[in-house]
Design a protein around this ligand. Structure first.
Ligand code: SAM
Length: 303
């Protein structure tokens, strides 16, 4: 089927968990197991040529390895020991782009099951504070297991509605970075792609977009926040550019950051500072990422 074909062209991405190991050690380990390392990918053709036990380093993201689609790691020692995380390339973008400083205070607003949380912790070198919220208790318990395996220690998990977290609370007064990856239609997930294309889903999309905008507006209320990354695994502009557009209009203290100039797929006009991802152009699931930053104080402002 079409879906099968699409699934096959998404390679297996493996993020090296630098809280537990290094890129070099993982590459060496895999080479000793008979994998063949081919260096840094230079384009999509290299990814499409992966077969058997060959693998590459990703072109855009550090600490990300790429294997052929059929490579299975679920029972592998490196996976079970938390040295590697199985995470689509597109879903590695938010934490990588937010790039919180070591020792900073960070919120992961809709965090479970926690792959992006563990990525944030790795970038923070487990130093500072990582406040992670999720409404769903079951997903949070999966997340605890995942974070334990990944060696994350700088986090504080809360089974809480992010929209009810008080931005004025002294607990969050040093929060500079927020990762916001709210519930979305999932229309970018290749395996779900056919489910959200019906016109009767308009109402659902609108409800999701309303929720997503409330979350974005809420994130921008934290008094010290400098950067907010907003992401979805949706291909609908209603949940992506339109949410960002409304968020910017309602929060003039913030502007978009132009992300990865050499990334091949951009947000829909005029939001080309944002990134999109797709099977066709980036060999990932469908994804959207925007980064908003607080404008510098008025007196220094140039534009
Ligand atoms: N960031 C996660 C990761 O990378 O593993 C995936 C997050 S998933 C797209 C969205 C999550 O938002 C779900 O786990 C859902 O339970 C949670 N959620 C939905 N509404 C929420 C709310 N009001 N406050 C906090 N979490 C919420």
């Amino acid at each position: 089927s079409f879906q099968q074909t699409q699934d096959d062209v998404i390679p297996r991405y493996v993020r090296v968990n630098t809280l537990k190991t290094t890129l070099e050690d993982v590459i060496d380990y895999l080479k000793r197991e008979g994998f063949s390392y081919q260096g840094m990918a230079s384009g999509l053709e290299d990814l499409d040529r992966l077969t058997g036990k060959t693998f590459l380093c990703d072109l855009h993201l550090q600490d990300l390895l790429v294997f052929s689609a059929k490579t299975v790691f679920h029972d592998h020692f490196l996976y079970k020991a938390g040295h590697i995380i199985l995470q689509d390339k597109a879903s590695c973008l938010p934490a990588f782009l937010l790039n919180p400083q070591v020792g900073s205070h960070v919120i992961d607003a809709c965090a479970a099951p926690g792959n992006k949380t563990s990525h944030l912790a790795a970038i923070m070198k487990n130093k500072g504070k990582l406040f992670a919220f999720d409404l769903d208790a079951k997903r949070l318990s999966t997340m605890s297991t995942l974070l334990l395996r990944a060696g994350v220690t700088c986090h504080q998990l809360a089974n809480q509605d992010f929209l009810k977290v008080d931005p004025q609370s002294s607990v969050y007064k040093e929060v500079k970075y927020i990762l916001l990856d709210p519930s979305c239609s999932g229309s970018g997930m290749v395996c779900l792609r056919d489910e959200v294309s019906e016109p009767q889903d308009e109402g659902r999309l609108q409800a999701l977009a309303t929720f997503q905008l409330r979350c974005l507006n809420h994130a921008l209320q934290f008094p010290q926040v400098q950067r907010v990354v907003y992401s979805t695994c949706s291909i609908h502009s209603q949940e992506n550019e339109e949410v960002v557009s409304a968020g910017l209009q309602q929060n003039p203290a913030f502007r978009l950051v132009n992300l990865l100039p050499n990334w091949p797929e951009r947000g829909h006009e005029p939001f080309t500072e944002c990134l999109r991802a797709s099977t066709a152009k980036t060999r990932t699931h469908g994804f959207f990422v925007a980064m908003l930053e607080r404008r510098p104080p008025q007196k220094d402002q140039q534009n």
